[in-house]
Design a protein around this ligand. Structure first.
Ligand code: CUK
Ligand code: CUA
Ligand code: CA
Length: 648
């Protein structure tokens, strides 16, 4: 173990990362895809029958969009892109615009009142029941602003955005409990928090020099999916990844920190020979809450802040600057990889519990006992350059992604999985070449108590010249492998926009029966007549509009200049796939109405004149004619008889 972590070795690893990346680029012509004969041909009937893909796809993939700010959705094995789910960033194509007050409210910072239209999604967490996906919701975190959103999987639309209090942003790890009652997000970017927090944990932060502090944030999830503050535990370190255990590790939160150095710049974050893996006892956090060992800040009076010293937490050394952190299906093995090393530690959680019991501590730091790594590890695997993330299949194998090596190594796990695969554990069983530089990888159900297996998707960070040239900014490559065969077969590749981090893959049977084709909200307003109301006190025009092929009713309304206009649109459509839109010439206003949906838009009628509004979805042969007018009258010329009246 010793020797590879000297400063020289670290420098060499940095160089290795760089050279490895370049070498892949230089060697491109010499490392083509597997010969066609080795690739499982993608069987397609011709002519293509109606519903072919709807009937043949087995899984949905929910892929984080990274800087796209939401989620991508596609089918497997077809690798057919289906949809985007807009979350933190407006997306008018997919009907997500903050002109609607409900959406605007979700995107508005609750403490500053600022509309925030930027986000960076990393780790989707599908809701679970008894440790397996249940198809109700997808939760997704925004690293940049420190938020978690809930997406309703009946509509593929965001229904709540939760803002993590007491931080400036920078949350990374995100995971959900096996019963979906608790969500945990890590504070990755260290903070200089409210002095109340600094005093409570007994660490004074110098905002200029650091070292700063961070912690983990617990979110309660109600029966209807609503998220609310549970607790924050603050302490000396940042955390990168988070998992809430299940099975053998039930009742524990597990995190990694790559900056146990508490440094404020990159190179010093590699100073230590090893960093830490942490084990947090959830019951002890609840006990600290019950014992009222908490403080609150002015910003978040309903968020109890706990000191790490008041909870039961242990740690053990792991290969430096860990990135991957994943738990095997029984909850027994915790695999974590050191980014700038070649090492993957397999920690056995049963050994962790035993070592805690036997007090096999080798020291402590900041009051946290350090468990002897030799007492808790099952293996330390030396597998390749730049290990990233890990997933598990249903046959007792782990799959480890490598950024520098551009491949995935398949490794058999130890007991009890040896009965399944009958191989010597922890030795490479297969190597899957990726194009190029693996970030996350995903197996259907690969982070649950019961993986479905069958496929692994490699989410590659670099595509180089895999696809047609498209300028200097290159797309990403999602590669589908069939892992029922050994060696695994590359089935397909798909260019998908920037930039997926983690994805989760769920059987279609958990999604399609609940999938809505129309909203029901318009029904409640069925008896309401279209009309235009003028409020001279508020200087506001309120338009109650119905929308159906191929008319807006009213199709014209008059407005005094400078007044606020509020339009509530009710889609009277019930037919599948019949979405209409509303765009207003010359204004920054777009809305989209799915069948049966009710949407509102607001703007101020600034300029006098005639402005057409029109439908943005090609909905029928009369789509182009589906338009109407807003006539803005200079305020001094306005007379009440100009009010728009609709027939009774
Ligand atoms: S991170 Cu991006 S590849 Cu946010 Cu899970 Cu590792
Ligand atoms: Cu409605 Cu086009
Ligand atoms: Ca480190």
């Amino acid at each position: 173990m010793k020797g590879w972590f000297t400063p020289v070795a670290v420098a060499a690893l940095f160089l290795g990362l760089l050279v490895g990346t370049l070498a892949v680029g230089l060697l491109l012509p010499a490392t083509p895809l597997a010969p066609v004969s080795q690739v499982q041909a993608f069987q397609k009937p011709y002519p293509m029958p109606h519903q072919y893909w709807a009937k043949t796809d087995e899984f949905y993939v929910f892929a984080s969009g990274g800087q796209q700010g939401g989620l991508y959705v596609y089918g497997v094995p077809s690798m057919k892109y289906l949809s985007e789910i807009p979350v933190f960033v407006p997306d008018q194509a997919w009907g997500w615009t903050p002109e609607d007050p409900e959406i605007r409210k979700m995107m508005t910072n609750p403490w500053t009142g600022q509309l925030v239209t930027r986000g960076d999604t990393h780790h989707p967490a599908l809701s679970k029941t008894k440790g397996v996906y249940d198809g109700r919701w997808a939760f997704i975190n925004d690293k940049m602003q420190g938020r978690v959103a809930r997406v309703d999987l009946a509509t593929f639309r965001t229904s709540q955005i939760y803002w993590v209090p007491n931080i400036s942003g920078g949350i990374h790890g995100h995971h959900i409990a096996p019963d979906s009652r608790l969500i945990v997000v890590n504070i990755e970017h260290e903070q200089s928090p409210d002095p109340v927090i600094q005093r409570h944990i007994g660490i004074q932060v110098d905002p200029f020099k650091g070292p700063y502090v961070a912690g983990i944030n617990g979110i309660r999830v109600a029966d209807d999916g609503k998220m609310s503050n549970a607790w924050q535990v603050w302490g000396p370190w940042q955390y990168d990844m988070a998992r809430i255990g299940w099975g053998k590790s039930d009742g524990w939160i597990i995190t990694t920190s790559y900056n146990t150095e508490r440094a404020t710049s990159a190179v010093p974050m590699f100073a230590r020979e090893q960093d830490y893996l942490y084990f947090w006892n959830i019951a002890s956090i609840e006990k600290a809450l019950a014992d009222k060992k908490v403080v609150t800040t002015a910003q978040a009076p309903d968020m109890p802040v706990i000191s790490w010293k008041d909870v039961e937490v242990y740690m053990t050394p792991i290969p430096l600057n860990p990135h991957g952190l994943d738990i095997s299906p029984t909850g027994k093995y915790i695999l974590t990889s050191g980014k700038a090393t070649t090492l993957i530690a397999a920690v056995d959680f049963e050994k962790v519990l035993q070592a805690i019991k036997d007090r096999k501590f080798v020291g402590e730091e900041f009051n946290i006992k350090i468990l002897d790594q030799n007492a808790v590890r099952s293996a330390t695997m030396d597998l390749g350059m730049g290990p990233t993330h890990i997933e598990f299949d249903d046959q007792g194998y782990a799959y480890v992604g490598f950024f520098v090596d551009s491949d995935i190594k398949k490794v058999p796990l130890g007991e009890p999985y040896t009965q399944l695969h009958k191989r010597e554990p922890w030795k490479v069983a297969d190597v899957l070449p990726a194009h190029f530089s693996v970030g996350h990888l995903v197996v259907p159900g690969g982070d649950t108590a019961q993986p479905y297996g069958k496929y692994v998707i490699s989410m590659n960070k670099l595509t180089k010249d895999t696809f047609l040239p498209h300028g200097p900014l290159r797309t990403e490559n999602h590669e589908l492998f069939n892992i029922r065969e050994t060696p695994a077969k590359l089935v397909d590749q798909m260019a998908l926009g920037p930039e997926t981090h983690y994805s989760q893959v769920i059987p279609v049977s958990l999604i399609t029966p609940r999938s809505q084709t129309a909203y029901k909200e318009a029904r409640a307003l069925a008896s309401e007549k279209p009309r235009v109301e003028y409020d001279y006190n508020a200087k506001e025009v309120r338009v109650f509009m119905t929308v159906v092929r191929s008319f807006f009713t009213p199709e014209v309304f008059n407005v005094p200049q400078g007044w606020k206009v509020k339009v509530r649109m009710v889609s009277q459509e019930t037919a599948l796939d019949m979405t209409h839109g509303f765009a207003l010439d010359g204004y920054n206003v777009v809305a989209s109405l799915d069948p049966g949906e009710v949407r509102e838009v607001e703007w101020t009628a600034e300029k006098p004149g005639v402005n057409w509004f029109y439908c943005i979805w090609f909905c029928s042969e009369l789509h182009m004619e589906m338009r109407g007018r807003m006539i803005v009258v200079p305020s001094q010329e306005w007379a009440p008889q100009m009010e728009t009246k609709l027939g009774s």
